[in-house]
Write a protein that binds this ligand. Sequence first.
Ligand SMILES: C[S@@+](CC[C@H](N)C(=O)[O-])C[C@H]1O[C@@H](n2cnc3c(N)ncnc32)[C@H](O)[C@@H]1O
Length: 205
Amino acid sequence: MRHQRAHGDSAADVRDFFTPRAADWDSRFPDDGPAYAAAVAELGPRTGDAVLDAGCGTGRALPALRAAVGPGGTVLGFDLTPAMLEAAVRAGRDRDGALALADVARLPLRDGCLDAVFAAGLISHLTDPADALRELARVVRPGGSFALFHPVGRAALAARHGRELTPEDLRAEPNLRPLLARCGWRLDAYTDEDTRFLALAVRRD
Ligand SMILES: C[S@@+](CC[C@H](N)C(=O)[O-])C[C@H]1O[C@@H](n2cnc3c(N)ncnc32)[C@H](O)[C@@H]1O
């Protein structure tokens, strides 16, 4: 995951971008596994919990999520791009979670049915971030948790792409905190360092 795109992309734009990248997605980032496992550990799902990997892509977080909730828990992986889900199946990630083609802005889930949501590399690709964050809040129970993760920090990612970080950057803490608050979340922890970005939030009552 080393891409950064502008907000406001349509679902078709997202698919056009990720479809040609799906087949070799995992092989391009072979060393990220421990970082995903550490982020899932900080999200802190417990045995028996129901968790969603929102924008799961090839399902790189699913093994860690399954390990955390155990065989009696529920792990879902939803994504908008069929080719990413097909790559997830080829990688055997459907053994760790139930995969489905779904837009995180319109989830086929009941209110409050989840304990936690993990979202890696998702927020920068959302057509309408507030809309999706509100929908994720709808399906998580009060007190449930949310992790926004990326295995590279904002500055390192921008440098890699030859971009400048601007004050408008959605993941900058002064922007992310009020956005999450407007959408039903309380930002509880924020880390943005070269080797990772991790924002942890709690579903407000
Ligand atoms: C940068 S990739 C990250 C994939 C995976 N989470 C990972 O860490 O490897 C972003 C993923 O989000 C998906 N995506 C973007 N917008 C989405 C939406 N509205 N609903 C569901 N998935 C979405 C894309 O199809 C893509 O697979």
